[in-house]
Design a protein around this ligand. Structure first.
Ligand code: SF4
Length: 80
């Protein structure tokens, strides 16, 4: 699994707790950091591919990733 992109993430030297918020305000703080991250797409793909349940990854909250996974599944079903 290629995780080289992690070294280029904006969060590299930040407190990981920022990306595991307890409320909506915390989610927005993390999402603002992710919004300017050069490896946002890689990060989101990683979280989706590995079914990472917790935290903000690639600018997507836990709920947003669940929705994206549902959409992926539906797209997969439709294509086959
Ligand atoms: S998208 Fe967010 S969580 Fe992912 S590497 Fe970048 S800053 Fe970190």
């Amino acid at each position: 699994m290629d995780t080289h992109w992690m070294r280029r993430g904006r969060c590299k030297d930040m407190d990981p707790a920022i990306f595991f918020p307890n409320d909506g305000v915390g989610v927005q703080v993390a999402q603002r950091i992710c919004a300017e991250c050069p490896v946002r797409a890689e990060c989101l793909d990683y979280a989706l591919d590995n079914r990472v349940d917790h935290g903000v990854w690639g600018g997507a909250s836990e709920r947003e990733r669940r929705r994206l996974l549902r959409q992926r599944r539906l797209a997969h079903v439709a294509a086959h």
